[in-house]
Structure formats: C-alpha cells, structure tokens
Design a protein. Structure first.
Length: 171
C-alpha cells in the first residue's frame, strides 16, 4: 500500500515516545496560525494529557516519513506541495485504520481550504490531529524509530504515525 511512496518507516513501542508540554506552549503562541482555529489542533483535539493517555493505551506506533526535494529552504510552495503529498498518504492510512487505530499527521489538517472551526467539521470522520499537537517531540520520535529527521539541504521531511496494539503471542 505504501511501498515506494514513503521514505522511511519504523515500528516503536509507544512507551518510547517522548511527550513535551513545551510543544503545547508553542501551539498556544499560535506561530502557525492554527491554534483555536482548526479541528486538528489544540484546543479542539482535547488536552495533551488525554491524547497522551490515548496514545499510551496502545502498545506500538507505526511511524513513517516522506522526503521531498525542494528548490531551497525558502521554497514555501514546494514545502506545501510536499505536505499535500504526505497528507494524502496519511489520509489513506486514516481511511483504512482510523476507526480503530488513531492516526496523527504532520501539522494541521488541510482537507478544507478554510477550516469550519468552530462550526462543525465538514469531514469529522476524516480529520486527524497533528503529531506535534499531541505534544510529541518529532525529533525524539525520529531517534526512537531510527529515522532521519534531517535529510540534507533542499529537502523537507514530514512525519506521521498510527498507533496500534501488537497482539502477537510471545514465544
């Protein structure tokens, strides 16, 4: 399903995920403009503590990345195109597993040009929270999974994850 479409992936124990209250403080400063303005970001997604409890209620996380070449570090259009590609892959996973396995994406939802928030979401069954909005330190997430956070000059890398329970019997 994702073969040849993702850059790297890893399965990690959720207990190895690093949560940081500092990330929520960054959200509250609204540097991206989505705080209290989007259904996939705080405060609409609930408290960081509730999200952390939900994530830790599962044993593992499938973490994946996409890497896209861009013209330079100021290529905003290239970055947004790369995010759109990454979001489509994440949405495919959400559509397949999201009813039973929470999915977390890269940054704010972009299903709509303009989010309906605080009015009801137009796609409540398809929206998923941002990894960072759950208080997950993506740099530490990459280390836990042995994934590259920085893939060199003129590239952009995005992270998403799906949490699940490993019901494999121990041997």
């Amino acid at each position: 399903m994702l073969e040849g479409r993702i850059f790297e992936h890893s399965v990690i124990a959720t207990k190895d995920i690093s949560f940081s209250p500092e990330l929520l403080k960054a959200c509250e400063q609204n540097t991206c403009g989505k705080y209290n303005n989007c259904w996939s970001c705080p405060p609409a997604i609930g408290s960081m503590e509730a999200l952390q409890e939900k994530i830790l209620g599962f044993s593992h996380a499938f973490v994946f990345t996409t890497k896209t070449a861009i013209e330079d570090s100021f290529d905003f259009e290239g970055m947004m195109s790369a995010k759109e590609y990454h979001d489509k892959l994440t949405l495919e996973l959400h559509d397949k597993f999201g009813k039973t396995n929470p999915v977390y994406g890269a940054g704010a939802c972009r299903l709509c040009d303009l989010c309906a928030y605080p009015q009801p979401c137009r796609f409540p069954g398809r929206v998923f929270p941002a990894v960072e909005a759950a208080g997950i330190d993506v740099t530490e997430l990459s280390r836990a999974g042995g994934l590259r956070y920085n893939n060199g000059a003129n590239t952009v890398t995005f992270f998403s994850m799906v949490v699940f329970n490993d019901n494999t019997p121990s041997q």
